[in-house]
Design a protein around this ligand. Structure first.
Ligand code: SAH
Ligand code: SF4
Length: 360
């Protein structure tokens, strides 16, 4: 059964007509969902009982179920959600911080997952460790935002697709969800406040560049040469650096906003000063900016983060090379640094169904 939150206003109106209902009812349902934030048909009190029954038969109204919640107040909060088929994804809420995506300090950023697991198997990432399970549908993507807002009492004004999964490998559902998130009748968050992060799916980057919404793009670069990138990101064999950077230039040509490169620093792998110099060259050429993120240890993986001195030297070379670069060092404030890890941890210590583990 299709999730009600996967549909646009127009689609819902069409479905209502097909069900023999007036189309203004669609707007009423949408108002309940996105304005009043009521998801259960039974609580939509201005709908006739017969219609509510029809809706229940036609659409899935169940919200994502909170399995775990960590952090609170002005710290990073993480949510582990159980989906209808029992799979789990995580979503992270990052409170206002001047150094994160965007220039102002009142950003409340949510980091959203797009898939269960990930097929791309980057060597440093918890999300890909157990492979790919399935794509999220648009409703499951949208509901992460609604549930996190409901649970935290915060209004989110910035969205990054840096949670579990490769968003551009789930392109259709991603764009459908973004359409709903962006719509004035939906959650009404501007496209410029939505960032999609990709490991580098070249054809999809071009497709994203050609669609009209001014969505921002972040590229998980993590290596400034093919040699280094090949070692840690299998996707680089399919779309090598030259092709990726061409696609980035194409994207840049169609946008006012700068691209962001994400660069995790892993000791002895990509933290050499040569890499820093090459990264600076690439960044300058594309008029991009760089976010350098010291590697976050993942259980079961061999890598470590470089010392703070080594991080500083890397940043010095990067900046001397003319790159606009930030180092995200604050603990708990790295947007995605630990995405995928809560799920992994939870899956490995099953069963966790007992309620005593809720909200710990
Ligand atoms: N698949 C997309 C989006 C999800 S990954 C992509 O790869 O861009 C989002 C970010 O989390 C990426 O920049 C990724 O490199 C980062 N990340 C993953 N594992 C990490 C780790 N162990 N430490 C720090 N950052 C990590
Ligand atoms: Fe997948 Fe991104 Fe993790 Fe790579 S970094 S395995 S693409 S989620």
């Amino acid at each position: 059964m299709r999730s009600i939150k996967s549909l646009t206003l127009d689609e819902l109106a069409g479905q209502f007509t097909a069900l023999g209902e007036p189309s203004y009812r669609a707007r009423q349902v949408i108002e309940w969902l996105y304005l009043k934030r009521i998801g259960r048909f039974d609580e939509m009190t201005n709908l006739p009982a017969g219609l509510r029954e029809k809706l229940r038969a036609e659409f899935d109204e169940r919200p994502l179920e909170v399995v775990r919640k960590t952090g609170s107040g002005d710290t990073t909060q993480k949510f582990l959600f159980r989906l209808r088929d029992g799979q789990m994804v995580e979503t992270v809420l990052i409170p206002a911080s001047p150094s994160l995506y965007g220039e102002t300090s009142d950003r409340r950023t949510i980091c959203i997952s797009s898939q269960v697991g990930c097929a791309y198997g980057c060597r440093f990432c918890a999300s890909g460790l157990d492979g790919w399970k399935r794509n999220l549908d648009a409703g499951e993507i949208v509901d992460q935002l609604l549930r996190v807002e409901g649970e935290s009492g915060e209004r989110v004004n910035n969205i990054v697709f840096m949670g579990m999964g490769e968003p551009l490998a789930n392109y259709e559902n991603l764009m459908r969800a973004i359409g709903i998130i962006n719509a004035p009748w939906g959650t009404n968050i501007g496209a410029r406040h939505i960032t999609v992060s990709t490991s580098g799916l070249v054809p999809r980057i071009r497709e994203l560049a050609d669609q009209p919404l001014q969505i921002r793009l972040a590229i998980s670069l993590h290596g400034a040469t093919d040699e280094v990138r090949d070692r840690i990101m299998p996707v680089n064999k399919k779309y090598p650096l030259a092709e990726l950077l061409d696609a980035c230039a194409y994207f840049r040509g169609r946008r006012k906003q700068k691209l962001t490169f994400e660069f995790i620093l892993i000791q002895g792998v990509n933290d050499s000063l040569d890499q820093a110099a090459e990264l600076a060259r690439i960044t300058k050429k594309l008029d991009a900016k760089v976010n350098v993120i010291p590697y976050n240890t993942v259980e079961g993986l061999e890598w470590t983060r470089p010392s703070e001195r080594a991080q500083d030297s890397f940043m010095d070379v990067l900046r001397h090379g003319g790159a606009v670069a930030t180092l995200r060092r604050e603990k708990g404030h790295d947007i995605a640094a630990a995405c995928g890890q809560l799920r992994l941890q939870t899956e490995r210590e099953k069963p966790i169904a007992d309620d005593s583990k809720l909200n710990y």
